[in-house]
Design a protein around this ligand. Structure first.
Ligand SMILES: Cc1ncc(COP(=O)(O)O)c(C=O)c1O
Length: 393
């Protein structure tokens, strides 16, 4: 009855713990990274119409052709990237499955994967299930000489070896809000080339970028197209995280390996939602501009509330997360602070130490992650509650 080693060390996630705590204490939940509002009505109608029209049986394993064609058009429109919808795209159940399938496709026991931390936790879990080993590179908080999160080039170079199979880059980056620059991506790409590694670019927040920051797709940089797999999904860009439509884009030899894993993981993905996301990807530019502008306003509202409560907030150029320095609050480390904030102030945030390896968890002890993918009324209520912190001092 004993669970296999590959899952035995997994606990419940920090999100489950804090959602339960938030519910118990009537806290406004800024922990969970999903919107409390839905995406466009016409895209909901597209899913309903697909169901009514009988799009209800297994989709083609590699993904509905209409969705793959829409992804090809979307890549051309936003990144001037040409991809063959028949050979260079595969569809999965969310980016989470795309991550798992990619790891299954390329990582064997003892193989190494370079991961920037803080990281999206499914990278590390997937590598563990494959028997691989993560080599961590720290994203360091802004300081006197860096106005954004940054990494040490020597530390990055030292993380590579002749066993490196993959490098995960997440841009825009959850939870720091960092958007990797062209120069940074070029440097990472050069190391991938030198060590014959695959660059896996997780771009689920690709449309959540705040000017003047610009999202650069690593696959479009010189020399990187042949060794980059771009992962993304419709969850964040269209506010339908529950639909779980994700994809992998890349050169045929890489995509066909990912597809081989997919056919034995979930085989195929929800047909009516694929039809609807195909329409979403073809929404006019105005949708994407408005989407980013609305999120910018939410970001600024939450930043002002947090600063008003006495926290230093790190710059956020993308995603829907803010990292705040909570060291001045005197409530202990990130876990203790977030428990206090949830139970006493009744605003839930996530302690970021769960996004760091054991050896670097201390980096997170002065930080808390706040999600601003919430309606104005919820953010206003959170701001009202946060304002009580300064009057308590
Ligand atoms: C960086 C990152 N990658 C992937 C995902 C998962 O995406 P999906 O919901 O499409 O599985 C998330 C969700 O929070 C994320 O933050």
């Amino acid at each position: 009855m004993k669970a296999a080693d590959r899952v035995a060390s997994f606990g419940t996630t920090v999100f489950a713990e804090f959602s339960r705590l938030a519910l118990e204490h009537g806290a406004v939940n800024l922990g969970q990274g999903f919107p409390d509002f839905d995406g466009p009505d016409e895209i909901k109608a597209a899913a309903q119409n697909a169901i009514a029209a009988g799009v209800n049986q297994y989709a083609v394993s590699q993904g509905a052709v209409a969705l793959r064609q829409a992804l090809s058009a979307h890549s051309k429109r936003f990144y001037d990237q040409t991809i063959d919808p028949m050979r260079e795209v595969a569809v999965q159940s969310g980016c989470t499955e795309a991550i798992f399938d990619t790891v299954m496709a390329f990582v064997g026991p003892g193989d190494e994967v370079v991961v920037f931390e803080p990281y999206y936790d499914s990278y590390v879990a997937s590598v563990a299930m494959a028997g691989g080993v993560c080599r961590y590179v720290r994203l360091r908080a802004p300081d006197a000489t860096h106005d954004r999160y940054w990494f040490d080039e020597r530390e990055l170079a030292a993380a590579f070896s002749d066993r490196t199979k993959l490098v995960f880059v997440n841009t825009p980056h959850n939870p720091t809000g960092k958007v990797f620059t062209r120069d940074e991506l070029t440097l990472i790409g050069a190391l991938c080339t030198q060590h014959d590694a695959i660059l896996v670019s997780d771009e689920v927040y690709e449309h959540l970028v705040f000017a003047p920051a610009v999202h650069v797709r690593p696959a479009t940089l010189p020399g990187l197209g042949d060794r980059t797999i771009t992962l993304s999904s419709g969850g964040k860009s269209f506010s339908f995280t529950g639909w779980k439509i994700g994809w992998a884009i890349g050169p045929e030899p890489l995509i066909s390996a990912v597809q081989k894993a997919h056919q034995w993981v979930t085989f195929a993905t929800a047909s009516p939602f694929q039809a609807a996301i195909a329409e979403a990807l073809r929404l006019p530019d105005a949708y994407f501009q408005r989407f980013a502008a609305d999120y910018r306003a939410r970001r600024d509202k939450l930043r002002i509330a947090l600063e008003g409560a006495g926290f230093a907030v790190h710059p956020c150029d993308g995603t829907y997360f803010l990292m705040a320095d909570i060291s001045g609050a005197g409530k202990g480390d990130d876990g203790a602070f977030c428990r206090w904030l949830t139970t006493e102030i009744k605003v839930a945030a996530i302690p970021p130490s769960s996004f760091y390896s054991q050896e670097h968890k201390a980096d997170a002890h002065r930080l808390a992650r706040f999600a601003f993918c919430k309606s104005d009324a919820v953010l206003d209520e959170a701001a009202r509650r946060l304002a009580t912190i300064s009057t308590r001092k």
